[in-house]
Design a protein. Structure first.
Length: 250
């Protein structure tokens, strides 16, 4: 059975004056697959995610989400249509609880302007979506704790939960393992494996051991261009990738 492509980028470019930060990159994100995006600092990875999510306009090319051309759509519109993303830096409300952070995300995804008599904090739909996301990432035991009391690993898990509370089909995850210890990284990788069947995942990550352990496909970026996009085994064996990124003998 053919794989279901949930997000497709075709010759996507983003220029800043004469700088081609992303230069005609194409990739497909499929349901049930984790697609890793690797490259050295300045390769264009975060810029590409920003274009895919709608935070930056593309200078060229196109982006399709769930079969619809969203190239000119704003970031909020793409989020409502099924695209979720996490960031290198935390975007959580630190003084709010785990549940409140997830509830606010769910509420933003399904606003109810006509139901002005019901306090937002008691919206059953938002509360149910928040609870489901919290349980999915394994944070039910700390749901009533403030973000400031969580460990670094728990905060990264919460960022995933906030994405899930918006019911996305596609997840764009920018370095979710950054700063984690061995045990925390193992929990995050296990979570990503659990999320794969129902989602298409794009993972930007510098931990090569983790990437080659969990990725179904890897795209390698150098100076804004994709120099390889293939299975982990094929990418590892590529002489061009070894020279440009992994280093000889890897």
């Amino acid at each position: 059975m053919a794989a279901e492509t949930l997000l497709a980028a075709r010759s996507v470019s983003r220029h800043f004056g004469g700088l081609r930060a992303v230069d005609e990159v194409s990739l497909d994100l499929e349901r049930g697959a984790l697609h890793a995006l690797i490259g050295t600092n300045g390769a264009g990875k975060s810029t590409l995610i920003n274009v895919l999510s709608g935070e930056l306009a593309a200078s060229g090319g196109s982006v399709e989400l769930l079969g619809r051309d969203v190239t000119r759509w704003s970031q909020p519109r793409r989020a409502l249509a099924g695209l979720g993303r996490s960031y290198q830096r935390s975007t959580l409300f630190p003084s709010f609880t785990v549940r409140e952070n997830c509830r606010l995300a769910a509420q933003a995804h399904t606003p109810r302007p006509w139901d002005w008599l019901t306090p937002a904090a008691r919206c059953r739909r938002s509360l149910d979506a928040a609870q489901a996301a919290i349980e999915r990432v394994g944070l039910a035991a700390v749901a009533e704790r403030a973000v400031t009391t969580l460990s670094h690993g728990e905060r990264r898990q919460l960022e995933i939960a906030v994405c899930l509370a918006t019911d996305p089909a596609v997840l764009l995850l920018d370095e979710p393992l950054a700063g984690m210890g061995v045990e925390e990284s193992a929990r995050m990788l296990a979570l990503l494996q659990e999320l794969k069947p129902a989602h298409a995942i794009l993972l930007v990550e510098h931990d090569m051991d983790a990437v080659f352990r969990v990725a179904d496909r890897i795209t390698v970026m150098v100076n804004g261009r994709a120099i390889a996009s293939d299975t982990p085994a094929a990418v590892r064996a590529s002489a061009e990738v070894q020279r440009a990124y992994l280093g000889e003998g890897q």
